[in-house]
Write a protein that binds this ligand. Structure first.
Ligand code: ADP
Ligand code: ADP
Length: 229
């Protein structure tokens, strides 16, 4: 369960500027594929298309052989968990935000996910800045802390398919290592799409795809890509 296929995907935000120019790759069920490449290459666009924020212009994205356009938004959201680059939180406690993908989760499970993401200390707090009432007693979260809330949510939801879009980019080096370990744990056995800037952060991926200017320029394991220079 959870085979993802990008089949000759062509995409443009604006008609006159193609962003993906025919991208084909598979993530076998339970495997991890990383997409790396320079800024603007189209990496995040790939994650947004899989989550169906946008639809492809040509080609198709298939999950277990089924076109994502034929899947309801509801079951797509249930099947995929995403840690995006910028997390927008709901106007409620951090615990509520963590529980969002799995409302039935026990208090204990929420706490465990929060501990893995290292935010257990403030899960009863409200994030700041949504309305004046919340603003006065709310907690101002840094980008890294918001990212950790998204990570805790994904750890708790434990969906069959994971999208990690620069999931640890807002964290300091020390926190990054520990949270990366938690993410490695949750992605084990799940189909995982990792978006990363640097090759060095995706050593464990089953396949690495180097995207340049909307095309796959190179692909292989970390070792093979390093050997190829
Ligand atoms: P990467 O993740 O590799 O840095 P992106 O997928 O974010 O690249 O962006 C690829 C290209 O698409 C960039 O040129 C970017 O400016 C453009 N782009 C991204 N989002 C949008 C958008 N919502 N509307 C128009 N262009 C966009
Ligand atoms: P990030 O810079 O964190 O990767 P995005 O992936 O949203 O953020 O955007 C990547 C690039 O796409 C940025 O350079 C941004 O200016 C550009 N971009 C984002 N949204 C749009 C948009 N609606 N129209 C044009 N360019 C956009």
């Amino acid at each position: 369960q959870g085979h993802v296929r990008f089949d000759n995907v062509v995409f443009a935000y604006e008609t006159d500027r193609p962003i993906l120019k025919g991208v084909t790759f598979d993530i076998p069920a339970g495997r991890t594929v990383a997409v790396v490449g320079p800024s603007g290459a189209g990496k995040s666009t790939i994650s947004r298309l899989l989550f169906r924020f946008y639809d492809v212009r040509e080609g198709a994205i298939l999950i277990d052989g089924q076109d994502v356009r034929d899947v309801t938004q509801e079951s797509l959201r249930a099947a995929i968990g995403m840690v995006p680059q910028d997390t927008v939180l709901f106007n409620d406690t951090i615990a509520y935000n963590i529980r969002y993908g799995r409302p039935d989760a026990s208090q204990e499970d929420v706490r465990r996910a929060a501990e893995l993401a290292q935010i257990a200390d403030f899960i009863e707090s409200l994030p700041q800045g949504y309305d004046t009432v919340v603003g006065e007693r709310g907690l101002k979260l840094s980008g890294g802390e918001k990212q950790r809330v998204a990570i805790a949510r994904t750890i708790l939801k434990a969906p069959p398919i994971l999208i990690l879009d620069e999931a640890t980019s807002a964290l300091d080096t020390h926190t990054e290592q520990e949270i990366q370990a938690a993410l490695d744990q949750v992605s084990r056995g799940r189909t995982t799409l990792v978006i990363a800037h640097r090759l060095s952060t995706v050593i464990g991926a089953d396949e690495i795809i180097v995207l340049r200017d909307g095309r796959i320029a190179e692909r292989g394991t970390h070792g093979a890509l390093l050997a190829a220079g």
